[in-house]
Design a protein around this ligand. Structure first.
Ligand code: CIR
Length: 258
């Protein structure tokens, strides 16, 4: 897939049970009305970037299911169904299997170890797999075998303890540039890329989302915003996702792009 040139996105509306989801941040419980409004704005931003957005219904039994990125990884000719590292999220993948089953889109499945979609970055024919608290080496190896069969190269990238997922600290933003938290800037596995290193006090914005020549960035990162404005993006869209940050979520994890 050409890098960042998505045409579609799948999102899942947050459920009323969202407040009971997993979180390590100590930012207090999310305000549901605001979360729903922020989610609508997020969907609108994806549509402004010309993506066709499929909105799935909220699932009360899965408080974290709005973080749909963790449940699957999209490839042009198949979807990888993950095996989330958090027990409470394991069942979310059945919803995705059914979704792809209904439209007859081929699926591969992680059947041993654990792997969250938030630990995966697909760059053309090369896949980067973060080793995290959620993705273990068994899950990475299982995924690696699937990738071998489909002709992809893959590289495992350990992430720091304090991060939840690879995409919390690294994202691809076009033109061979990775946006990185300082902790990831020197990793050998990523040395062939140019880097936009975000400052420590703007670490949350390493989770930005490039879509074609647009880039979505979370609010509260003025220094990074200034740097981005000197790059060649058509549009930089700042989004307030405070209620999702309270539940350890960011911009990328709210959608599955393809
Ligand atoms: C969780 O702990 O699984 C959710 N509360 C947050 C998941 C965020 N996912 C992501 O960044 N890919």
């Amino acid at each position: 897939m050409p890098l960042g040139l998505y045409t579609k996105a799948i999102v899942r509306r947050p459920s009323a049970s969202f407040v009971n989801g997993l979180t390590r941040s100590e930012l207090g419980p999310p305000d549901m009305e605001l979360a729903l409004a922020q989610h609508r704005t997020y969907v609108g931003a994806l549509e402004d970037c010309n993506l066709m957005v499929q909105e799935l219904e909220a699932k009360e039994e899965f408080p974290d299911s709005t973080f749909i990125e963790d449940t699957a990884v999209m490839f042009p000719d198949f979807a990888l169904i993950t095996r989330p590292g958090a027990e409470s999220r394991r069942g979310e993948v059945e919803l995705m299997k059914r979704l792809f089953g209904r439209i007859g889109f081929p699926c591969e499945t992680i059947d041993s170890g654990t792997l969250d979609g938030g630990d995966v970055i697909v760059l053309d024919d090369h896949v980067y797999i973060g080793l995290s608290k959620r993705t273990n080496s068994g899950g990475a190896r299982t995924f690696g075998r699937i990738l071998d069969n489909h002709g992809y190269k893959w590289t495992v990238v350990p992430i720091p303890n304090e991060a939840l997922h690879l995409r919390e600290v690294v994202n691809y933003i076009g033109n061979r540039i990775l946006v990185c938290a300082p902790s990831m800037a020197m990793r050998n596995e990523l040395e062939s890329f140019d880097k936009l290193i975000v400052p420590d006090d703007e670490a949350h914005c390493a989770n930005m989302l490039a879509i074609g020549d647009n880039v979505l960035i979370p609010m509260g990162a003025p220094k990074t915003l200034k740097k981005l404005s000197r790059m060649n993006y058509k549009r930089i869209i700042e989004l307030d996702i405070s209620e999702f940050q309270k539940m350890d979520g960011g911009l990328t994890c709210l959608s599955l792009r393809s």
